[in-house]
Design a binder for this molecule. Sequence first.
Ligand code: PHB
Length: 399
Amino acid sequence: MTTTRRLVTHSALGALGTIACAAAGLLTPGFAAAQADALKIGLILPMTGPFASTGRQIEAAARLWMAQNGAKVAGKTVELIVKDDAGVADTTRRLAQELVVNDKVVALAGFGLTPLALAAAPVATQGKTPLVVMAAATSSITEASPYIIRTSFTLPQAAIGIAEWAAKNKIKKAVTMVTDYGPGIDAEKFFVDRFLLNGGTVPEKLRTPLRSPDFAPVLQKVRDAQPDAVFVFLPSGQGAAFMKQFAERGLDKAGIKLIGTGDVVDDDILADMGDVALGVVTSHHYSAAHKSPANQKYVAAFQAANPKMRPNFMSVGGYDGMRVIYKALEATKGASGEALLAAMKGQIFESPRGQVLIDAQTRDIVQDIYIRRVEKVNGALYNVEFDAMKGVKDPGKNR
Ligand code: PHB
């Protein structure tokens, strides 16, 4: 837009610019009015770099929500502005600032990793702009700004389910292996505490770096410890490389069971993991194989719009996040700031993952956590749910 306007005032290109703008409808009064009236949502995601799968999934889900629900709310046009932060926190902060100050978005959304959500939190507070975390999952994120609402999950929420399951299923000794930053530290703490409480032992707690991890040395340590199981948390996107090395080093054959939160057997990459993934048990809030009519509809629509993709848990955070924003805009007739934030709190609805609540006190999501096992369904690998903990609040909030 800015470039096009500059062309119009430039004498040599004036005529050309005017024609181009008129053709695109950019200078018509109708367009200007629509612009002023638009309800803008700023979606900041890692669309490039090692975490691009998160960006791809969430953008696809957000666009699906809009295709299904229309681009008009309370008589105004909803405009989705997608920005790529490439997973770099300084970029996230700058983009958030630009979206609030220049674009005057009514909500910020997205946030593929914990450090990215934390970088944008002060911008939400200063701009009194609701910020919907659709992916990042460290428990404490919602405490970084009173304007944060979360539609993803928390690692404490996901990790206790598998700790309970392991203790009841002949796993006495477990080693943990997590990525060394917020969500990994949360996963480790909540898995270990619950597992010890249930009588298990944890001889080793291993951590890998977030950027370019080499799993070989830690897998050797896992092997040496000879546990019944290794509990793993890795951020979405890293599971495939890990599973490959797990198999290459023969840990599956050595009788060490792989358990974890569902991030390691993410639906985005599960289909290509091969038989090494078979039998992996994890706990998580979403599986593409979740058996509900709402989910079957969601998966079918997602795949019709994105034929080469299977929706994963990140996509559901994006889809539900758009729902929360839309319903709050509808309820407030297009308000922003405090009023919009208030209308996001306390929403209860059926997500593709099951029934959820946005807790008005914590602004975090309350949801069912499923225990799942990787199995072949019609020849393809899926996380098949076989047990559930109902209405789980983030256990990380009462520390
Ligand atoms: C996070 O950085 O908070 C994060 C990223 C990917 C996940 C889970 C948590 O799969």
